[in-house]
Design a protein around this ligand. Structure first.
Ligand code: MN
Length: 424
């Protein structure tokens, strides 16, 4: 697919610092406000944000199917309602306006001052009003590690895992944007197997290194989205930290799966990187054996080469990189997940969010949760400040970062950063 905005030869007249996640080839969408402006849609370039509301009012986005309310909005949903082709045309137009060889906006210094805002003057909010949130369990390494620890090392993967992109319905109300702190959850835990459960703050608080994709409107209830069609229904991706209380989870999850151990918070990065911008970073995924059922078959490359990293920062101390993984390790790809989600006729809607599940790689330094990194607490991580961690402590900050890189072009997601405060 030839998407004009992805041309690696493009350069912008807006300065993009070396190593930035946000060159002209990225152009992710988010929601921001300044001290004296309403919330609105922005596009990130370098350390600046392009104000699409102002850009629209100045007449730079004519001949596109958008109205002012799509840009002067609290969420991206109204823009996303216009669909894949409209959002692709919009990104191409913005690319054109920011292109070094196009003087149209570049040479109007008054307009530039009006539409380009410094990052340090803005506050980001949750980009999407999330309708339904589904979390998959699509990393074979993660599922194998968890199965080995809590089930049976000889039968670590459950019998359905290689046939079904396993998932469950999560809760959207507690999805928060990067930068927002969380409190340690409380609930029922059972620290002593011989004693009844107690009500207490979670002791085994964990992050999950995930990515999430966000959908356009799907098909009517009763219809299914095929793997061939799936990408047309996906707007973009974010980093996603799916917080988990392992002790609450272990006690509550039989028979209906996780509940309060997962629904107290999940942290989402602020910039939605479009699936279009990730197109150049596609590759082949893991070989799927046994052969998948026909509705899960797909053509072409559907996996993404996205480097992922988790950093843990204790209070008043430096960051420690505790995990380096990659989205390409996902056994089930986005198209298969969406096809499976809708194979029974379940409808997805504009603004639904699908979590990947924890993305663990093959080596111990690529495991995407403390549960795996510390092997359920049996191998504490040594931090630079001399302390150790089995799970996440109060006042720890967890930071997820991710980027793709190819032919000198880096397209990244920025970060999702969350501090854990003591239980309320
Ligand atoms: Mn999860």
């Amino acid at each position: 697919m030839n998407i004009k905005a992805n041309n690696p030869a493009l350069k912008s007249w807006v300065n993009v610092p070396e190593g930035s996640d946000f060159p002209i080839q990225n152009l992710p969408f988010g929601i921001f406000k300044t001290e004296d402006s309403s919330t609105r849609v922005g596009v990130r370039i370098g350390d600046k944000v392009l104000d699409l509301k102002e850009l629209f009012e100045l007449g730079y986005l004519n001949n596109l199917p958008f109205t002012l309310t799509d840009f002067e909005a609290e969420f991206l949903n109204s823009l996303m309602k216009k669909g894949k082709l409209a959002s692709r045309d919009l990104r191409n137009r913005i690319s054109n306006l920011l292109d070094l060889t196009n003087s149209e906006l570049q040479e109007n210094t008054n307009h530039v001052a009006q539409v380009l805002i410094d990052l340090n003057q803005i506050e980001m909010s949750l980009p999407v009003q999330i309708g339904d949130y589904t979390d998959f369990y699509s990393s074979r390494e993660h599922a194998t590690n968890i199965g080995t620890m809590i089930r049976d090392p000889q039968n670590a993967l459950s019998p359905n895992w290689l046939y079904i992109p396993v998932g469950y319905h999560g809760r959207s109300s507690s999805i928060i944007v990067s930068g927002q702190s969380i409190h340690r959850p409380k609930g029922q835990i059972k620290p002593n197997p011989e004693e009844p459960p107690i009500y207490a703050p979670c002791r085994l608080l964990d992050f999950e290194l995930e990515m999430a994709f966000i959908t356009f409107d799907g098909k009517p209830l009763g219809d299914s989205i095929s793997t061939a069609e799936a990408e047309e229904f996906i707007f973009g991706m974010c980093l996603f930290n799916d917080w988990s209380a392992r002790d609450i989870q272990t006690w509550e999850y039989v028979p209906l799966g996780p509940f309060l151990s997962k629904n107290f918070a999940s942290s989402l990065s602020a910039w939605v990187v479009t699936l279009d911008a990730l197109e150049p970073f596609k590759l082949d995924g893991p070989i799927q054996d046994p052969k998948v059922l026909s509705y899960l078959e797909f053509e072409g490359q559907r996996s993404y080469d996205i480097n992922l990293e988790v950093s843990l920062q204790p209070e008043n101390s430096e960051e420690n990189i505790i995990c380096q993984s990659n989205h390409k390790y996902m056994y089930w790809n986005l198209s298969q997940q969406l096809a499976h989600h809708t194979v029974n006729g379940c409808n997805v809607r504009c603004g639904d969010l699908m979590g990947s599940g924890t993305i663990s790689g093959p080596t111990p330094d690529s495991y995407g949760s403390m549960m795996e990194l510390s092997w359920r607490g049996s191998k504490p991580l040594q931090l630079k400040d001399g302390s150790e961690r089995k799970f996440i402590q109060d006042n720890d900050t967890v930071i997820l970062r991710g980027f793709s890189s190819k032919d000198g072009i880096r397209v990244g997601f920025g970060e999702v950063i969350t501090k854990v405060l003591a239980a309320k």
